[in-house]
Design a protein around this ligand. Sequence first.
Ligand code: ADP
Ligand code: MG
Length: 400
Amino acid sequence: MLTIDDLDVAGRRVLVRADFNVPLEDSGDGTRVITDDGRIRAALPTIESLRSRGARVVLVAHLGRPKGEPKPELSLVPIAARLSELLGVPVSFATDVTGTSAAAVVAGLGDGGVALLENVRFDSRETSKDPGERGALAAELASFADLFVSDGFGVVHREQASVTDVARLLPHAAGRLVLAEVEVFRKVLTDPERPYAVVLGGSKVSDKLGVIENLLGSVDRLLIGGGMCFTFLAAMGHEVGSSLLEVDQIETVKGLIASASAKRVELVLPIDVVVAQAFSADALHKIVASDCIEPGWMGLDIGPNTRALFASRLADARTVVWNGPMGVFEMPPYAEGTRAIAVAITEVDGLTVVGGGDSAAAVRLLGIDESGFTHISTGGGASLEFLEGRTLPGIAVLED
Ligand code: ADP
Ligand code: MG
């Protein structure tokens, strides 16, 4: 896989696929404000390196799911403004993806200049299942550039025009972010220092079961909290009340529990949980043993004994991967589990990786020192597919 350092970029047009899919909020007066610019910041090393070497940088990115047509609320205008502030230089904005505005903006770029095209998913061909349609959009994008750089780690698990098809049409390389992400996940996957512990939580239970399957072949300890743990507790025969439960996954989970024991993986489940009478910050809540959840109560966080147990199973680990919050951290009464585990991971002496969009958001929301982790991934889905051992099309294409 070539990197941007291998490319001779001076005076050349470089199309960069970035991931600017950031959370936005309405400010009340109709304007959209970025609530977490982490993904924009993560793209800066690549853009700055290309600019400083005299490249003409053309950025292509998406925001949300506009379903193939322009939606004003998903315009990249606020991204261009923020990017310009962070770079300290003007960013020319094209009001279309590959139309007359894009062509004019690209033609107007000088050496070291930066342009951003409008949300690429405003064009339905971007995510089309038809390779011919995707190829046509990719060809239009490729006509704006001499080189392609892939730096949107959050989309490398997708077969999409601006991710894979365009890489087949232009000389290409991995950007700094993609390279850093791939290096960390390859290390974890192929050569983790031991003990190697993985902490899983969050709410996307069925999405994450495939990952567990693959992880059981390599991890020493698997700690499960968040909404995920209730399907495990149910599989062990415990009552889980109104907690998040994927009934149709119980049999699969029973298989995973048996497989963990056969492979001598230490499976650590909550021993106590914070239960509430409703999914609300001001609902009545209390701490109960994890095998004593009563009907009508829902588990919204791991309990204090579990926080201590999990921390003790992380303390001497040399590799830790964490994906998925331990509780509903967005509501203060259920944030302590996530806080405790995040802090415990920052104290680990070894390689520590945070994957998952909500886990990274929790780190920032709870004010935990980001420098305490080796790596905070920008790609939730992509990092999970990596850990599942799958080939990511957007990475494979860079290796050709
Ligand atoms: P990530 O983006 O880090 O992969 P997920 O998207 O799987 O994580 O899940 C994040 C969500 O899980 C958060 O919004 C959090 O509120 C929710 N969550 C965590 N624990 C529970 C729980 N016990 N019950 C319901 N939702 C939970
Ligand atoms: Mg999420």
